[in-house]
Each structure stands twice: as C-alpha cells, then as structure tokens.
Write a protein that binds this ligand. Structure first.
Ligand code: CUA
Length: 350
C-alpha cells in the first residue's frame, strides 16, 4: 500500500469519524450506546478514564468560551442594532485599548497553559506506567485485515479476540500489549479501554489495559489500511480471573483430534490451507493467516464480519471474497466433498 494512500485516507478519516463519534456519544451518553465500537464517555479502564477526564475539562472550557464569546456577540448585535433614528454617520472609531489587548492576550495564554498541563498529565499517566511484574503480556500484530494475538508467556496464539483478566481493587490485573504490524500501518482502538495506538511496520509500540468490568468491548482499526479497513474489528473480552484461567488452559492444549474426524482432518491437511494456517499438533504450520487451532472458540469470522457459526464458516471457506472482498484468503475452489470435510474438521476445533 503506497504511503500516499494511507495518508490521504487518514486525513479524510479523522474529522468525519470524530464528529460521528462525538455526536453519537453526546446523544447516547446517558443510555446504552448504540455506536458499535463503544462509547468513549463510558470508560472502563484507567487509560480511557484519564483521556475521558481531559476531554471533559476541554469540553467544559470550550463550552465556557463559546458561551462568553457567543453571548457578547449576541448582546452586541441586539444592543447596537440599527435604529430608525440613526443618522448615516459612522460611529466613533476607537483604537488602541491597552487593557483590552492585554486581556485578550493573557486569558487565552492562560487557557492554553491549563489545557496543555492537563493533557501532559494524562499523557504521562497513560504512557509512563511501569509494568507490574505480574502483568499479562500479549503481542498484537496488525494484518490486512485481521489481528494476530500472541501470549508469548502462555504459548497461546489466536486472532481478533483479545482475552484479558478483569482488574479489581482487591486484585489489580494489568495487560501490557506490544503492538506491531505485518504489512501497513494500523491502529488499535477500543474506546472504552484506551486511546488509539498505531501499529507501524518495523516499530513496536505499547499500551496497557486494566478493565474493571467483565464483558465484550468492541474496537476497530483506526488507521486507514486498505479496502477492508472498516471490517478490521477487534474484540477485547474481559474475563473474571477464573474464566481467564479456564480460557487460557483450553487454548494451550493442542487442537482437538477426534478419531471420528480422521478423514476430514486428512482432507484438510492435504489441501493448501496448511500453507497459511496453523492447527497445533498437526502438520499445518502456516503463519500467513489466522491460527485455527481453536477457531470455534472465537465468536466471529473474518475479524468481526460474521458470527462464527458452522453455516457461516462454510460460506466463508467456500468463497471468502464474496463475504470480505479483497481479503488475502483466496477462493480455494473446493469441490463440495472437500468443502464438507474442511468445514467438518474446522467446526471440531473448539
Ligand atoms: Cu487496519 Cu485500518
């Protein structure tokens, strides 16, 4: 992807998205959010909360400025409007009021200083966080158009759904992410948990999360990265500590090897699928596409474009291009017997 396209995409992307987000968030802030990627005004982790606090201060100061300036303008328009009795002479022109000039220089400077200090404090809070020794470490790699997720210390590789433990007062739990890219620039953004951090080829960025409530937090790639940028969705699944342990244990074991599915497995392993995909404990060890060892434990297919059901899985394997045009998985032109076997095998990978 040429840099020029990425750049123009970004500049076009930002104001529109921001306005939609701001308006939606403002309208729906009191109730349940309908915006699919989560409400920035309902932070559920410390980094998101720091950003939220700064944004409230900014909004309050900007609202005050708006009211003062708008109020004065309105007052002037009404008070000094044209009267019937006015003659056509120009009113007295007044130049050079030191008091007014000092006021309109000093007050904005003070406001800018306050806003800069508040922003700097939030940036330091978010970026200078020391990693606690017991923090969970994960690496997120952006791909066109999905998220590879690795837990190096747990030996887990998965995709598109980042499981993290809930953080409580009694037992704080931090997840520290390393963010990398396999191709072009992407950006990891789950609004209720943290700000955006870019995934840049050749650079490792980082972020951390300490979500307080269990649940699913939706996010999206926030840096234009090609045709399916909008369908590069991320889910952060916050588990209770016990559920997280259970999930991690189930992901660590090799993929299921049900003896009844020997024929289906053999069919899968004989096809080109294995050049791009890994299924742990088998000869399939490709790393170009998402790891499929426990594909059915995930809730969506194609990075959030389809619910992960056997039916959708079949449609996806038959022709991924019909569902997510431009994605890097080709139509493998499987005949219906091969398709049955591949889908039967994949559906067993819980
Ligand atoms: Cu990845 Cu936009």
């Amino acid at each position: 992807m040429p840099a020029r396209i990425i750049k123009s995409g970004t500049t076009m992307d930002f104001p529109g998205r921001f306005i939609v987000l701001l308006v939606t968030a403002a309208v729906f802030a009191p109730g349940e959010s309908v915006y699919p990627i989560g409400n920035v005004f309902k932070p559920e982790a410390t980094p998101a909360e720091s950003i939220y606090n700064v944004s409230l201060l900014m909004l309050a100061i900007c609202a005050a400025i708006f009211l003062v300036v708008g109020g004065l303008l309105l007052f002037t328009i009404v008070r000094f409007r044209r009267h019937k009795m006015d003659n056509s002479r120009e009113p007295a022109q007044i130049y050079g009021s030191n008091r007014i000039e000092i006021a309109w220089t000093v007050i904005p400077v003070l406001i800018v200083i306050v806003l800069s200090m508040a922003t700097a404090r939030a940036v330091v809070e978010v970026q200078n966080k020391r990693m606690p020794p017991d923090a969970l470490k994960a690496t997120v790699v952006g791909h066109q158009w999905w998220w590879e997720i690795r837990y190096p210390e747990l030996g887990i590789v998965t995709a598109d759904e980042l499981h993290v433990p809930q953080s409580t007062l009694a037992k704080p739990a931090h997840t520290f992410l390393k963010l990398q890219s396999a191709d072009v620039a992407h950006s990891f953004w789950v609004p209720q948990l943290s700000g955006k951090v870019d995934l840049i080829p050749g650079i490792t960025n980082s972020m951390w999360l300490d979500p307080r409530r269990t649940g699913i937090y939706l996010g999206n790639c926030a840096e234009y990265c090609g045709t399916q940028h909008a369908n590069m969705l991320i889910r952060v699944i916050v588990d209770s500590p016990a559920d997280f342990e259970k999930w991690a244990a189930s992901q660590k074991v090799n993929a299921s090897s049900d003896p009844h599915l020997e024929a289906a497995r053999a069919a899968f392993l004989s096809l080109n699928c294995i050049n791009c995909h890994t299924v742990s404990g088998t000869a399939a060890a490709g790393t170009f596409g998402p790891d499929l060892s426990h594909v059915m434990s995930r809730t969506t297919l194609g990075a959030g474009v389809l619910p992960n059901t056997a039916e959708n899985l079949r449609a996806w394997v038959r022709d991924p291009q019909a569902i997510k045009r431009g994605n890097l998985m080709p139509n493998m032109q499987l005949n219906s017997r091969e398709l049955d076997q591949v889908v039967t095998y994949l559906a067993s990978l819980k």
